[in-house]
Design a protein. Structure first.
Length: 560
């Protein structure tokens, strides 16, 4: 520590690049500091530092990280504690650019496997962004010393060490996340695709604030859909279990239909305690499907939904750089099935109308011979009966779906009601069945993952926004992939695609097998294998979001 203090004093008044001399490792007594990368100027991305504490130094009991889910929960808890300590002790801007900022990657309401904090049996490591202060482009040593020797030790003491007063909160965080994971793992065996515990708070404060609304109405299960689960820490929990099959969510406008569906979309993740949706769980393979005008489609067999197009254009290997609403929604479903999806989540508000339904009057006016689209209404029962794929669909304006539904849930001012029996009495005859060919893709599909950068340079992989990825010279738009929740997942996706291209460019067993292998490697070895340097901003994605990025890659144009 004194060696670092001496180095800081020696760079006083020198140009900002003199900070490079600080790189290295330093013993602070209660922890070790590693200055891993120093930024080039105050306006650049902040420097990267990491701190290591031995098991004796942090004192956290081994039982807190005795399994994968407990380790992820503990790492998440510690990252959030560090973030709170930063807010409390860091004064903020100290000069030009980003001078004085300290930060740790910590996502919102969802708990993801990350590499911001890493805990094992031997030590705990936390990785932080540390924007070294600069006045113009010269070094103010007193401010740098304040960050290293006053603020950083306080952050470590409050954020990363075991204290008896934190015992209850830490245990609660770990145990609640363990319960969430256990609940999700019990769904299939219990004959459910999703579950909403009684007392859940689903409404959010706003479209940009994902915290629970203070006036949210607690959920209460209809008796006919009520089911109980036994969780390892909490014990028995009861609520609404949504069974497999075709489920409709109906009700008037602004009564909570889309709010319920959004909670189910995020039910594939564990939620931070206090979110209100901690015990809303959905099977891990569930995928939110929507129309996505203008998206790229690469050689997808959309023929089960879209027949031969005008100009005798076949759709069994359909490609386009500018998809319509109906072709994009068809491709999204087929790609989800290709990933092993067993539950589709669909909101009519974000769907293509002509893909969802074609009523009797329109069939009389436009004969089937002129219409290439087979609407989802004619396929949704086949998806379940033949492929085992359930659907949960928000319907506010189309009663024709009542004839194909197994379960109908009504939202009345956020109160849940099972109106399945009433809906069956009102439903007309089911639509004419479509042909019975399999909807799951039969052929192995390859997608070029080639990435190119400027001549002589490594291709750059950079996240522009949470769901906008620069992949070399290509840009992948994931803005409509709604279950992608963190920029760290987006960058991990770019790195995974790059690794897959290097390790398996020909994809002899198909795109899915190639990407599954890449995910398996990361699952076993950790997110750090994706970067050639130490950083703490990556988060683990699912197979679906990884394949979604590959499926939206524009193919390189061959020169004439």
């Amino acid at each position: 520590m004194e060696r670092l203090r001496s180095k800081i004093q020696k760079v006083e008044g020198r140009g900002y690049k003199a900070y490079k001399e600080l790189q290295g490792e330093y013993d602070f007594g209660n922890f070790r500091l590693s200055i891993d990368h120093v930024q080039g100027d105050p306006f650049a991305l902040p420097s990267r530092i990491s701190v290591q504490l031995s098991a004796q130094q942090h004192g956290i009991p081994a039982k807190m990280h005795g399994s994968r889910i407990r380790t992820t929960a503990l790492e998440d808890y510690l990252a959030r504690c560090v973030s709170k300590a930063i807010s409390k002790h860091v004064k903020g801007k100290r000069g030009t650019g980003r001078s004085g900022e300290i930060a740790i990657s910590c996502n919102g309401q969802q708990v993801l496997r990350r590499n911001a904090v890493i805990v094992d049996d031997h030590q705990l490591e936390a990785r932080l962004l540390f924007a070294l202060p600069g006045t113009g482009r010269s070094i103010p040593p007193k401010q740098a010393a304040q960050m290293f020797f006053h603020e950083l030790p306080q952050i470590i003491a409050e954020g990363l060490t075991w204290r008896e007063r934190d015992r209850e909160q830490m245990c609660s965080h770990v145990e609640q996340l363990e319960d969430q994971q256990a609940l999700r793992e019990q769904l299939t065996a219990a004959g459910a695709v999703a579950f909403v515990a009684d007392g859940s708070l689903l409404a959010r404060r706003s479209g940009i604030d994902d915290r629970p609304m203070s006036s949210a109405v607690p959920t209460a299960s209809p008796g006919s859909l009520r089911k109980s689960f036994t969780l390892p820490n909490r014990g028995a929990v009861a609520g609404m279990a949504i069974p497999p099959g075709v489920t409709l969510i109906v009700g008037g406008g602004f009564h909570g239909k889309s709010t319920l569906l959004q909670a189910l979309e995020l039910g594939i993740y564990n939620q931070v305690p206090g979110d209100g949706r901690e015990l809303v769980a959905t099977i891990p393979s569930a995928v939110k499907i929507r129309a996505e005008d203008h998206r790229v489609i690469n050689k997808v067999d959309i023929s089960p939904f879209i027949g031969t197009l005008p100009g005798n254009r076949a759709t069994d290997q359909f490609s386009t750089d500018n998809a319509s609403g109906s072709t994009s929604q068809a491709a999204n479903i087929i790609e989800a099935l290709e990933c092993g999806c067993n539950c589709l989540l669909i909101d009519e508000d974000t769907s293509a109308t002509n893909f969802m339904i074609r009523d009797a009057r329109m069939q009389q006016l436009v004969p089937d011979t002129q219409e290439p689209i087979t609407p989802l209404q004619h396929r949704v029962r086949q998806l379940y009966q033949q492929e085992g794929v359930s659907s949960i669909i928000v319907c506010g304006g189309s009663g024709d779906y009542l004839s194909v539904a197994d379960t109908v849930i009504m939202l009345d001012n956020y109160h849940l009601q099972d109106v399945s029996a009433q809906a069956k009495r009102l439903a007309g005859p089911a639509p004419k069945s479509a042909d019975e060919r399999s909807l799951r893709p039969a052929k192995l599909r390859q997608v070029s993952l080639a990435v190119s950068g400027r001549e002589g340079r490594e291709a750059k992989i950079q996240v522009r926004e949470k769901r906008l990825l620069d992949y070399g010279r290509k840009r992948i738009d994931l803005s409509k992939v709604e279950q992608l929740v963190d920029a760290g997942q987006t960058e991990a996706i770019g790195r995974l695609l790059h690794d897959s291209f290097k390790n398996d460019p020909q994809q002899p067993d198909g795109l899915r097998a190639t990407l599954e292998q890449a995910l398996t490697n990361v699952d076993k070895k950790g997110l750090d294998i994706l970067l050639p340097w130490k950083a703490g901003h990556l988060a683990m994605p699912r197979l679906y979001e990884l394949m979604a990025a590959a499926n939206r890659l524009r193919e390189s144009k061959k020169p004439h």
